[in-house]
Design a protein around this ligand. Structure first.
Ligand code: FAD
Ligand code: NAP
Ligand code: SF4
Length: 706
């Protein structure tokens, strides 16, 4: 597996495979890195074109070989949602000129993704091979007539021609992830009995017709990427011979490059979340590439999913898994990914930690995408970080995400910055987050900031719990308080017993936890602590997120050659202990978790038999007497609901309090009294619904203005 932890020796690594040019005959890509298509929301509005141009131009300047835009619908039926970005007229193509000109001016290349969502469309005009509603949209699609299918093909062709007119270097025909074309390929969604359904040759006709007619329309010197679904991760997905048959047919029909897709959107197996091991699916791409090579088909094949550092891409390419790697979210996190890799500055890369919090979660909430670790992503024209007009002197107290973002931004602008933390290590709560199985990536953010502090010249004072008196008289123009939070006290009678611990005791101080544990509070931290304890991370049990075979077993992913769609029965490791996860509110646990990742956390805990109790009142914690009382156990007395009924006793070895957090800002008043301007950021400003996304965004934005 790839190294997860920062290794300084990696600085000297070169990336010969990653940085090698790729000759496509009529054009050459300068390296093997493709920026994968991401729906950022910038596509969905005319007024966004200048922002979109700036967004892609920055990535082109950063050296990426080929950019693929977010999806544009070829017609209304293909909309992902009402009024989604569409390319169906010459007037629209003219607007795209802003984007293509900006990218070309930076020496980049860009292809437009044609995305027809079919039954995934969150809109009433959606169409599909058969009238079968998807589990992820409330709209039942209209079943297309034969003439209707012809109209969709023509819309693809028109969109491709307009892309060329708009100055794009190519198009990507989106044929995976369970979208329109994919829906024709499998019987799960295609129940037709005409020439567009039934035997596989009929089901794949749409994909092949689209590629063939697009090639005819755009001529030979235009890139056509076909995105093929290699492993559908749904029970009746494509078989491996079908995947191969399709790959042969679309390349014969004129596809220049085969990009690969993993899993339908409705699949119940995570494919890109942070708990998915790095490069978890490149072995499937290798199967395709090897099979095509044996037949003499040398079409370049792209692999993707959880490739987030240059050494990961390099190893994948060196192994022969693919000809190119596709990275999407890593280009939100760092526009200069390729340039930094090429210049021996790998340790300066701001790594995508696959949290989905500011990208996919935003998309699914109809909010413009950004990035937790880089709030400038998609906000390039609005969040500008100018060089300061005059050098000033700042103190930043607290080296958690908020303080790190603020200190490095201030210093990058030319200010003198002193950063204090009581701990001997930067990162604040991120140090605990990184210990959760499946959140190992969070360590990369700390590596990035550690290097960024050096590069920007922040003066770092670790192991320094600074107070107001010590800050006075040092000539600071202002103090930024990023002191974070303190755990909320739930005031449960009897909580002073030694068996009652806080999440900090467990995660940071590694205090011993018994075989049966109750967790009070089921917010983000309660879920994480449950995962940590049920996995047995404290007992030395490994994390499946860094052990690919274990992860594949855990989620039931099989070789698609052995099993249609690549799905088998999940075989999770047994839980390391009994965990009860409690919350006071009634209803489903984890309602506040990320839109695109909450289901993964719930499924992971279910696999570990974590018992979830809702509507709980914590009456008191007492000792145990009589034969029922095991040595050292405690009794958590609970009732349920507003009526405080059904009183019961939960006998456990340990109780872990994860009852939320309160802001820590005791330096504010004395500093203000001393006449020093104070700014609050991150948890020190507001603990309610705090996360690192808000902390980093707030720290960066404030520092950009001081
Ligand atoms: P903190 O991270 O709390 O940092 C405050 C710092 O201030 C600390 O280092 C402290 O030592 C220092 N400090 C305090 N007082 C002083 C003083 N007087 N002098 C010097 N130093 C001082 N967020 C997400 O977005 N996604 C996640 O997946 C996620 N997972 C998490 C998992 C766990 C287990 C935990 C505990 C948190 C998680 N979080 C997550 C929350 C996230 O870590 C916090 O929102 C974020 O760290 C808050 O940043 P901050 O800079 O405001 O404060
Ligand atoms: P949280 O998400 O606000 O959850 C606190 C939990 O404690 C809730 O379940 C709450 O629900 C319970 N609670 C509140 N007051 C209580 C009291 N007096 N007695 C008993 N229980 C009480 O906060 P958190 O779990 O501490 O997380 C802190 C922040 O870190 C969160 O805002 C979160 O965004 C972030 N974080 C995010 C992730 C992520 O994956 N995105 C992971 C970890 C942390 P009930 O009142 O219903 O019991
Ligand atoms: Fe990656 Fe998280 Fe940024 Fe999305 S928000 S690009 S997943 S780091």
């Amino acid at each position: 597996m790839m190294p997860h932890r920062y290794d300084r020796t990696m600085q000297d690594v070169t990336f010969p495979h990653l940085l090698a040019p790729l000759d496509l005959g009529f054009t050459t890509l300068k390296n093997r890195v493709l920026m994968g298509s991401m729906h950022t929301g910038l596509e969905d509005g005319r007024k966004n074109f200048p922002r979109m141009a700036a967004f892609y131009a920055e990535r082109a300047r950063g050296g990426v070989g080929l950019i693929v835009t977010g999806g544009f619908a070829p017609n209304i039926e293909g909309w992902a949602k009402p009024f989604a970005g569409t390319l169906s007229t010459s007037a629209a193509a003219q607007r795209h000129r802003q984007v293509t000109d900006a990218v070309h001016a930076e020496g980049g290349k860009i292809a437009l993704q044609i995305l027809h969502t079919g039954r995934y469309g969150y809109q009433p005009f959606c169409v599909a091979p058969s009238r079968l509603k998807s589990p992820i949209s409330p709209f039942a699609p209209r079943e297309l007539s034969v003439r209707g299918i012809e109209r969709q093909i023509r819309a693809f062709v028109r969109c491709a021609k307009l892309s060329r007119e708009a100055g794009y270097d190519g198009v990507e025909v989106m044929g995976s992830e369970g979208y329109f074309i994919n829906q024709f390929l499998v019987t799960h969604t295609n129940r037709r009995t005409d020439e567009w359904g039934g035997v596989y040759a009929n089901r794949m006709r749409l994909a092949v017709e689209i590629v063939r007619r697009v090639r005819e329309a755009v001529g030979p010197d235009f890139i056509i990427i076909y995105r093929i679904s290699l492993i559908d991760l749904i029970p009746d997905g494509s078989s491996w011979p079908e995947v191969l048959q399709l790959a042969r047919a679309v390349t014969a029909a004129g596809a220049t490059i085969l990009n690969t897709g993993i899993g339908w959107h409705e699949a119940r197996i995570p494919t890109i979340a942070t708990s998915v091991p790095r490069a978890a699916f490149t072995w499937v791409t290798k199967k395709l590439r090897d099979a095509l090579r044996v037949e003499g088909n040398t079409t370049p094949v792209v692999t993707s999913n959880r490739i987030n550092m240059p050494e990961v891409g390099e190893e994948v390419l060196a192994r022969g898994d693919a000809d190119l790697v596709s990275l999407a979210r890593p280009f939100l996190a760092d526009a200069e990914f390729v340039a930094k890799a090429a210049q021996g500055r790998r340790d300066e890369i701001n790594t995508c930690i696959a949290c989905n919090q500011a990208c996919l979660d935003h998309t699914f909430s109809n909010v413009l995408s950004s990035c937790l670790v880089n709030p400038r992503a998609c906000h390039e024209t609005e969040l500008v970080i100018p060089i300061a007009a005059a050098r000033r002197r700042f103190a930043v107290v607290g080296a958690g995400p908020a303080g790190l973002a603020a200190a490095t931004t201030l210093a990058a602008r030319g200010h003198e910055v002193h950063l204090y933390d009581a701990s001997g290590r930067i990162g604040g709560q991120f140090n605990m987050a990184a210990r959760i199985p499946g959140k190992e990536e969070f360590e990369e953010t700390l590596r990035y900031f550690a290097r960024r502090l050096e590069v920007t010249g922040v003066v770092l004072h670790l192991g320094t719990r600074i107070d107001a008196a010590a800050l006075q008289g040092q000539g600071f123009d202002a103090v930024l308080l990023a002191t974070g939070v303190t755990p909320r006290d739930p005031h449960i009678p009897g909580q002073d017993r030694p068996q009652v611990l806080s999440y900090i005791d467990v995660l940071l101080h590694r205090k011993a936890v018994g075989p049966r544990v109750a967790i009070v509070g089921a917010g983000g931290i309660g879920f994480d602590v449950a995962e940590y304890l049920a996995t047995g991370t404290d007992l030395g049990h490994g994390s499946p997120a860094v052990d690919l075979p274990a992860w594949l077993r855990e989620w039931g992913v099989a070789d698609p050659e052995a099993q249609r769609g690549g799905v088998v029965r999940a075989q999770p490791e047994p839980p390391a202990r009994e965990v009860l996860l409690l919350q006071r509110k009634p209803g489903k646990h984890g309602a506040s978790l990320g839109k695109t990742t909450g289901w993964i956390h719930r499924a992971a805990l279910k696999m570990k038999n974590v018992e979830m109790l809702a509507g709980v009142n914590y009456e008191r914690i007492g000792g145990l007497d009589g034969p029922a009382g095991g040595a050292g156990r405690v009794a958590l007395h609970v009732t349920f609901g507003e009526a405080r009924k059904d009183g019961t006793v939960l006998e456990v070895d340990t109780i872990v309090l994860c009852a939320g957090q309160e802001p820590l800002r005791d330096l504010q008043a004395p500093l203000q009294a001393a006449g020093i301007p104070v700014h609050l950021i991150g948890g020190a400003h507001e603990a309610g619904e705090l996360d690192a996304k808000r902390a980093i965004d707030q720290g960066t934005r404030l520092a950009a203005t001081l």
